[in-house]
Design a protein around this ligand. Structure first.
Ligand SMILES: N[C@@H](CCC(=O)N[C@@H](CS)C(=O)NCC(=O)O)C(=O)O
Ligand SMILES: [Fe+2]
Length: 354
């Protein structure tokens, strides 16, 4: 079983990519809008076929990437029916099964944080994705979105604590950087829900959390009720070149596009002077700005023309592209594979040796 835990630092949200290794079919649980390019890149780089995008509930603190990922990757969206979101391909009921390759997740209703909260249990019961019903040594709040403390108490006790001790708990959030727990640990040490805590103790605890409302709730809930479909025009991709976004967070452009646009783009070679004049040669019209000098010399570049960063293999120039984006350049991309790939494709060069 393949599992990756992915983190969105702004909302402290975990998304989970699970895959059946034999068929490469995959499921993504609770993707975050701001991370959609990252997640799509990972699915592509790992050669997975995303078949389902799942939501554990209608989130109040961030917008889901479900809609955009379906558009990009062709996967289908499944949401808990009780959450009331529109635009999904499937509305899940308790007991339903979401299949990917030879593996599956079973749906358990765990309402209380919201009315529609659902937990997903892996076929062999080695893991459960609890959304905000059960967090590590905590749980989701119960003060909005039809939240109800007694309901959450019963959900956790009856649907989650009945799983085996060793079953790993993967929550939708952690605000301290903890990553996973187990049913045994939570049954014993969860300060709100451990076995010795009574339902009325839990209700009292939840009434006194004193949390401020999530900052983005007014935007997030309506957007999530339409599965994250953006308003017209939002989330547009760069149009100036056919770019690829990598899991490492780099926008890349392919050598052929650069060859066809050598005049209109600014080619910034970030190697050292000895390399610029060395045997590998350089792209026609390239301007030399070594990586160590780039930050101080950005004023030499025009913001009206796209910038392509170049180095020997594409590693230093990836960093250069990030620096330029940070400095406010919007149309920047790294030459994929650097000069080595450029040469392998026998594209035109200045200087250098054959
Ligand atoms: N400060 C965060 C609050 C996030 C929040 O309230 N998260 C919900 C889950 S959607 C929760 O239950 N948090 C539990 C907690 O903070 O202990 C924000 O503004 O987004
Ligand atoms: Fe939540």
């Amino acid at each position: 079983m393949f599992l990756r835990q992915l983190f969105d630092p702004q909302s402290s949200t975990y998304s989970y990519l699970l895959a059946d290794e034999a068929s490469r079919e995959a499921v993504l649980v609770d993707p975050v809008f701001e991370q959609l390019r990252r997640d799509a890149a990972l699915v592509g780089e790992l050669d997975l076929k995303l078949v389902w995008i799942l939501e554990t509930h209608v989130h109040a603190d961030h917008v889901t990437a479900a809609w955009m990922l379906r558009e990009r990757l062709g996967a289908r969206i499944a949401v808990p029916r009780a959450g009331g979101a529109e635009g999904a391909d499937r509305r899940l009921e308790p007991g339903d099964r979401v299949v990917f390759g030879d593996r599956w997740l079973d749906c358990r209703a765990t309402p209380g944080h919201t009315a529609g909260c659902t937990s997903y249990v892996l076929d062999d019961h080695t893991m459960v994705f609890t959304g905000d019903a059960l967090l590590i040594r905590g749980c989701g709040r119960t003060d909005f979105q039809e939240g109800d403390a007694p309901t959450l108490f019963r959900s956790v006790r009856e649907q989650l604590f009945t799983l085996s001790d060793a079953c790993l708990v993967y929550p939708a959030h952690d605000y301290r950087g903890l990553t996973a727990s187990s049913i045994a640990e939570e049954r014993r040490y969860n300060p709100r829900l451990a076995e010795h805590v009574l339902e009325q103790d839990f209700a009292g605890y939840m009434e006194n959390l004193g949390l401020a409302h999530p900052k983005r709730i007014e935007v997030a809930v309506p957007a999530n009720l339409r599965c994250g479909r953006p308003e017209a025009g939002a989330g547009a991709e760069p149009q100036w070149a056919p770019l690829t976004y990598t899991f490492a967070g780099i926008w890349e452009v392919q050598p052929n596009w650069v060859e066809e646009n050598l005049r209109s783009a600014q080619i910034v070679d970030v190697r050292e002077p000895g390399e610029f004049d060395g045997p590998l040669g350089r792209l026609p019209g390239a301007r030399l700005i070594p990586l160590g000098e780039l930050e101080a010399r950005t004023h030499e570049l025009s913001r009206d023309r796209p910038v392509v960063t170049v180095c020997r293999s594409g590693a230093r120039s990836a960093q250069a592209s990030l620096m330029l984006r940070k400095a406010g350049f919007e149309r920047v991309a790294n030459l994929a594979g650097g000069l080595l790939r450029w040469r392998a494709q026998q594209l035109p060069l200045e200087g250098g040796e054959d």
